[in-house]
Write a protein that binds this ligand. Sequence first.
Ligand SMILES: [Zn+2]
Length: 133
Amino acid sequence: MDLPLPAVTPETAPYWDGARDGKLLLQRCLACRAVRFYPRRTCPACWSPDVEWIEASGRGRIASFTVIHRPPAPAFAGRVPYVVALIDLDEGPRMMANVVGDRALEVAIDDAVEVIFEARGAVALPQFQRSAR
Ligand SMILES: [Zn+2]
């Protein structure tokens, strides 16, 4: 069974296009400069619809995490145990992703992580791995 794919919408298409090119793109409000994730039509800080896309550093720190031992759907049976984390990006927004790679299961709060891109069907999913920082 295949893993589920994200639903690409007009608001999120630049994000997924960037991920396919190996770039983590975030929206930045042109009115108040707030950087946000997830992609959306209006700024959650000031409600401006004026936005630009910026390339994030791909670096952040673990704010919280959990280790999934019981697959939430049959498609995930081959992936357990795996880590779901909240990551505070250096640019400010918090995003949820998996922590993957060597020693992923040893992850701890405040660990430094960096983005990698997991190919899945026609898309690439931003995921994170622990870094030495
Ligand atoms: Zn704003």
